[in-house]
Design a protein around this ligand. Structure first.
Ligand code: CO
Length: 460
């Protein structure tokens, strides 16, 4: 029997986030939800990542309501979200009571699969979210943040996968956020994980460097079960490879692909119009859809390179670009080879630029790097260079154990503080995640409701 390969459609989340800074409002994708639901995907990634923040910040949407509305129109397809472990949707660590309630409410509002990762691959930062997911009856997808370094061996990744299985993962995701994984690496890593655990494996990559189609193909040959793709008009460049193209190629090679071509055709026709609108208003920049191999040369994710450039430009120091490029991997090594993903990519990049501009290494250090050296972000892949750590911390002792253990519970106090401004636990969670944005949103909602109430009294 032909081996089956399943697909996760990313147009609603990662493709949306990677190409148009997550600016797709609900009404623009609503007409396609029933079609996506009928298309035969393993799951639709539609929530988490930056969607929550952007809903509140720019789209004036309640992210929870968005999720419920998607669920109502998509009863048959698993809905997937991306969750940064103990960081949930933010950039710093939250207390456990928040993580647990957030996961429970995400599942209650419609999420079926939670893809849980940690920027440092520290499983201690993933455990609470993993266990809460299992408890809520959803699929916990234990995720590796893929990177390359002398300490990121396949044996280490396999060890991590086993720990994630222990914690209740029912699928494993290899998340190559920078699109740097080549076909041979994919083949070898998928094979190594397949040999070690009997769990479905999902490979997630980006088309940034142009490797992605080849990488998926070799991963499938090695037995990968699920791949992440985006419907063609929202594919390529910093997004995922095209759904229809992968389906076509895999079928030709004899694999079973259960996607309905009528549905994907309808989706492609529809999203072409949406994409053209974002191209016309400048939200979608053509360069985001192009292939950029620079990150293969420098081993630095594409987004980080453009950040380095803009930082140096701001400081009128573009002539230091080459020096900053050489300094970046050195800082990463000093920091114990963190994967370069939010927030570590920003931290390492800023420190490299600072070191170069100051003409002396670690003379000035950001508070994030300091917190990192104290151990607040978790266990680093390799130990932080002891001399650098001493230079940054002085006599201060780094933390032992998990940072979140030192954080006091936050939910109950916030509930009290918000009073009737928060109508539900979901409102409380939004507030804890993004206090300023959520407060503004909740106040505007309240004002609107009061207006409507006054209006209806007059009408009556
Ligand atoms: Co991604």
């Amino acid at each position: 029997m032909a081996k089956k390969v399943q697909f996760v459609e990313t147009v609603l989340r990662d493709a949306n986030q990677s190409l148009i800074a997550t600016r797709l409002p609900f009404e623009k994708f609503e007409p396609m939800l029933e079609t996506i639901d009928k298309a035969g995907y393993y799951a639709a990634e539609c929530w988490g990542g930056a969607t929550f923040d952007v809903c509140l910040r720019y789209l004036n949407e309640d992210p929870w309501e968005r999720l419920r509305k998607i669920r109502a129109k998509m009863p048959n397809t698993k809905l997937q979200m991306l969750l940064r472990g103990q960081n949930v949707l933010g950039y710093s660590h939250y207390p456990d009571d928040f993580v647990k309630l957030f996961v429970a409410k995400a599942v209650e509002n419609g999420i079926d699969v939670i893809r849980i990762f940690d920027a440092l691959n520290d499983v201690n930062n993933m455990k609470v979210a993993m266990e809460a997911t299992v408890k809520a009856g959803a699929i916990a997808s234990g995720t590796i943040s893929y990177t390359t370094s002398p300490v990121h061996t396949h044996a280490k990744y396999v060890e991590m996968v086993k720990e994630l299985k222990e914690m209740g993962a029912s699928t494993i995701c290899i998340k190559d956020m920078a699109g740097i994984m080549g076909p041979q690496e994919a083949y070898d890593l998928v094979s190594a994980i397949k040999d070690a655990v009997d769990l479905p494996i999902d490979l997630h990559t980006h088309s940034t460097t142009g490797l992605a189609f080849m990488t998926y193909l070799k991963a499938v040959e090695a037995g990968v079960d699920i791949i992440d793709t985006a419907i063609s008009p929202f594919s390529g460049g910093t997004s995922q490879p095209a759904t229809e193209t992968m389906a076509y190629a895999l079928r030709q090679l004899g694999y079973q692909v259960d996607l309905d071509d009528t549905c994907t055709k309808k989706m492609a026709d529809y999203f072409k119009g949406i994409r053209d609108g974002f191209l016309a208003d400048g939200t979608l920049m053509p360069k985001s859809m192009a292939t950029d191999t620079q990150c293969l040369t420098y081993q630095i994710p594409g987004g980080m390179l453009s950040n380095l450039l803009s930082q140096l430009k701001q400081m009128n120091a573009l002539d230091k670009f080459d020096e900053a490029l050489i300094e970046t991997p050195k800082v990463r090594k000093d920091m114990g080879y963190p994967p370069l993903v939010t927030p570590t990519s920003q931290m390492v990049g800023v420190q490299a630029v600072t070191n170069v501009l100051q003409g002396e290494r670690y003379k000035k250090v950001s508070k994030e790097i300091k917190a990192y050296c104290r151990g607040e972000y978790g266990r680093t892949p390799a130990p932080i260079d002891p001399e650098v750590q001493k230079l940054i911390l002085g006599d201060e002792k780094p933390l032992e154990g998990r940072y979140a253990d030192s954080l006091a519970p936050v939910v109950e106090d916030t509930r009290k503080k918000l009073g009737d401004l928060a109508k539900t636990d979901e409102d409380v969670l939004s507030y804890i995640a993004f206090p300023n944005l959520a407060e503004k949103f909740l106040e505007e909602r309240k004002a609107k409701e009061e207006n409507v109430a006054t209006y209806s009294i007059v009408e009556a």
